[in-house]
Design a protein around this ligand. Sequence first.
Ligand code: AMP
Ligand code: ZN
Length: 135
Amino acid sequence: MRDNDCIFCKIAAGEIPSATLYEDDDFRVILDLGPASKGHALILPKEHFRNLYDIDDELAAKAMVLAKKMVKQMTDVLGCDGYNIVQNNEECAGQTVFHFHMHLIPRYKGDQVGLEWKVGELTDEVRDEILEKLK
Ligand code: AMP
Ligand code: ZN
């Protein structure tokens, strides 16, 4: 399925040009136009899913396997020192394009990529509340 108003559907289908690092029947991997660091790439499924809440299980699993393959290959190509995999779901979490995608962000020692958060504290109350709700 595709969404005719979705830019990532068009990119994944090859209707809008992109710097494609990899392509197969299920995915296209492209360079992000607004990179957090040199080599920042996006894994796009060719099928349209809004985000992780909707994506097909089998495709989600394949996306992670592809992420591993790309990270290993691109670490050699870029000479980076590490990688972050980022995957945003819904606006409050930073999602701006509502077609599932995984960010592959190369990290270089001393880079200024900001993925940090303020470290909180897990209280007994919150821990117990969550564990109780999961029962
Ligand atoms: P997110 O905020 O997780 O939805 O990420 C969307 C990402 O898509 C951002 O990092 C943008 O820089 C990137 N982006 C948006 N449009 C394009 C495009 N046409 N080609 C490549 N990357 C894009
Ligand atoms: Zn789409």
